[in-house]
Design a protein around this ligand. Structure first.
Ligand SMILES: [Zn+2]
Length: 417
């Protein structure tokens, strides 16, 4: 039983007791016998978050992250389910590589998980339980290859998730900028136009699709127009594209090297607007950890990506407090909508019969983000010192997973294939 909290359900916020049985939400209110009680007096209770875009690096460069460190980081930030992306080593491209990752995740993850497959043997990946095919890095493929991949994904009854940046445009721009080393050149070498062109093509070539980490006003316009026409398209935005812009290279340099790159303040405003109005469907972290000694390199040498699974929800709870986003839209963007897009029917909301994944939040407890207190092996964060609201307790399937300490063994998380 979780008692005395203000619970976020489909009907809105309710002061109601939650009864959990066999890992599922059983009923609300009334009186029953409880073996275990959690008093959530004065707290907000939200459904667990689903981060649809993480790179846990496992198998592969596990010195940056592995299933255990990544998933503990997730749980500490209120993320109860993740979708891992296929660019590990080996890449998740067929039944064998899928099985290797699945085995590691099953033994190490503390949160529930999905695994995406890359554009390889798509039939094998789907049979193995891949959630979607992607993220497909559009700049790694020719137009003809992309069309072929989309067709195969469609035939297999799945949809692709796309990292939209056009390879031809990037390669041309790279020639013009590669001799300069001011970090800002990175955004010039990967212009907004590259995103717009890649999205435009994908919208034509794929019957249905999900666009990863949308970063530009132009890209957003294309998605909005396509939605108006009835196209089956959804998209996500990452906190780093909302909270940072090209001016932030000055302070953080190549640490803020990400793909797609930092954009203009105007793009940031457009993304906030898109998120608020729902034309951007979901929030996802694109958690892509690298070590500080790698990130401090020259802008062209440093690997792209920043850690973010643990700070995704805390930063956005803070955004709600600052009236940048409504609580309704936040819950929709981190729980309800990712569950529905990726077909996780047992997840995404607090209602009878669903998995009892919830977080308990004290909205008055504002803290400053400090890399020393985060759990990613990356050991740094671009959000150092920023204000955030971390959850007090994270439950997955009725079990307290994290409450300041890890309360389950690695391997508690189950595969949602
Ligand atoms: Zn990614």
């Amino acid at each position: 039983m979780v008692k005395n909290g203000r619970v976020y359900t489909k009907e809105g916020l309710n002061s109601i007791d939650i009864w959990i049985k066999n890992g599922k939400f059983a009923s609300f209110g009334g009186s029953h016998q409880a073996e275990e009680k959690i008093d959530a007096h004065g707290m907000l209770i939200l459904p667990g978050s689903i981060d649809a875009h993480v790179h846990f690096r496992d198998p592969g460069p596990t010195f940056k992250e592995d299933w255990e460190s990544g998933s503990v980081s997730a749980a500490a930030g209120g993320v109860t389910g993740v979708i891992d992306q296929p660019n590990t080593d080996p890449r998740t491209l067929d039944a064998k590589s899928f099985e290797i990752k699945l085995d590691r995740a099953k033994h190490r993850s503390v949160v529930d998980f999905c695994i995406n497959g890359g554009p390889g043997n798509i039939d094998e990946l789907v049979a193995s339980g891949a959630t979607a095919i992607g993220e497909i890095f559009s700049y790694e493929h020719s137009d003809a290859q992309l069309q072929k991949i989309f067709e195969e994904v469609r035939k297999a009854g799945k949809f692709p998730t796309i990292h939209g940046e056009d390879g031809e445009i990037i390669n041309q721009e790279l020639e013009a900028w590669k001799y300069l080393h001011d970090p800002g050149v990175y955004s010039k070498a990967r212009p907004s136009r590259a995103e717009a062109v890649a999205i435009e093509k994908a919208l034509i070539w794929s019957e249905s699709l999900h666009i990863c980490h949308l970063s530009t006003l132009q890209g957003l316009r294309l998605v909005k127009d396509a939605k108006k026409r009835g196209k089956k398209v959804t998209c996500e935005v990452s906190p780093h594209h909302l909270l940072f812009n090209v001016n932030d290279y000055q302070e953080q340099g190549s640490f803020l090297k990400i793909n797609p790159p930092l954009r203009s303040p105007k793009d940031c405003s457009a993304l906030w607007m898109g998120l608020r109005e729902g034309s951007i469907d979901i929030l996802a972290s694109d958690h892509a950890p690298h070590l500080p000694e790698e990130k401090k390199d020259d802008i062209w040498e440093a690997p792209p990506g920043v850690p973010g699974v643990e700070t995704l929800l805390p930063l956005m709870l803070m955004a709600v407090r600052r009236n940048l986003l409504s609580l309704e839209r936040l819950v929709d963007a981190v729980s309800t909508k990712p569950a529905s897009i990726f077909g996780l029917n047992s997840k995404g909301s607090i209602e009878a019969g669903k998995d009892a994944d919830l977080i308990i939040v004290d909205t008055k407890r504002i803290s400053q983000i400090n890399a020393d207190q985060l759990h990613s092996r990356a050991d740094w964060t671009p959000y150092q010192g920023k204000e955030a609201i971390f959850p007090q307790v994270t439950l997955i399937r009725g079990q307290v997973v994290y409450d300041g300490d890890l309360e389950v063994r690695p391997g508690y998380g189950i595969f949602l294939g």
